[in-house]
Design a protein around this ligand. Sequence first.
Ligand code: SF4
Length: 464
Amino acid sequence: MLSQYSASSRLREDVLNPPSEIEVQALWFEQLYPRELTTDDGRTVEIVQPGFWNHGGGPDFTRAVARFRKEGQSEEQLTIGNVEVHLRPGDWNAHGHDADPAYNDTILHVVWESKGSKAFFPATASFRRVPQIVLGSQLVAPWAELQPLCAGVLHRPLPGAMAGRCSPALAALPAEQVAEILRAAGLYRLRQKARRWYWRRQLAGPQQMLFEALAEALGFHANQIPMRLTAQRLPWSKLRGLSHEERLAHLFGLAGFLPDESVARLRVEPKAWLRNLWEIWWKARGELDYALLPKSQWKLAGQRPLNRPERRLAALAQLVPRLPELQSALKARDPEPFAKVLLGIRDSFWEKHATLTGTPLKAPCRLIGEERVDDILINIFWPIISLDEPEAAERGMRLIHAAANGAARVASQRLLTSRLTSKQLREGLIQQGLLQVFRDYCQADCSSCRDCTFPEQIKSWAKF
Ligand code: SF4
């Protein structure tokens, strides 16, 4: 490929600009560097896996695997973590990663160049120095020759992972057999989720289990744990006896989202909302002092305004009086009324705000949108149904059209399920199966597929 592309670059008359940051990310993703690189602290590092390319918030590559060596000695353990890419060393601090705990697991800082005499040592918020690689001087060929290769991957949607060793074996199977393998993995995942809710139902009762499950789902990955803790510390049985404003005051107060100072800085509408709640909260606070959540429990950086935990807490408050309706829909095994309740909740203040201090949203937005509802059906409704009626849950999961999701997209690029139709790829059960295979095999692999047993398993299934 290099000889093919280098001819065109030799004919190039215009001067090629240095790469942009996304192009340096593409160089890293395509592994256009020798297997062993040198870090700024004089070590040799073997890049076993460059990691999964993350196009959302947080580090650029997740779950990279590297082996550091010093003076020809191999360290005993592989190092697994994230990789952050920038053009220059100082960008680490300029982008605030030195104070952001989301970058604490960074194992390599990859930069294009390091100019000037002043040395810069990137460090995490936990004060750990991050080894740095200057990639521009360690590529397999000059940038002019590699630029066309990078341009080849920089088409939208950007890839998240390379196809794995199992992809040819999967591609050799009939599409329906691939779909059945993934459905079986999806059922396994459904049973795992159901088992968890089973124990919670035994311990806390069906209403409280559902309340905690909804709170966790509203936490949407980043804030699942603090949302669940809030629902455990303020159980449904306590909240149902309160007025709506009292519920809001308790939930926001316990979660640490009622600012008790600088109220004067707020706009008129948030200030009125907050005053109302403070009137209730200052009297109730003493009783809940032991259970207050520290603000550090919440992940706020990098959250889209519509996913802010304040809006999720407001949604949870609205769901308290509607829990019996949701419970009836569960008993009837009917996802439609369940979804209707979720989509129907309204809050005149939080539909227009993402935070108390920020500017209001341009247009009112539902507290729970359709994608989140599908997610709740997949992760809560059908797993709970499967506790008592697994066949009904399997049928329901086959009928759900799951929204495109970043993790499933990366999983499908890795396993290269190109044989599946787009309808099959959107089937809830198949998407769950993809996520399960990705979790059990790809996320456990540290050998760039070499030691993974999944391809051999596929070959054994191919015989049947
Ligand atoms: S780690 Fe295993 S399952 Fe994942 S892509 Fe590689 S071979 Fe496939």
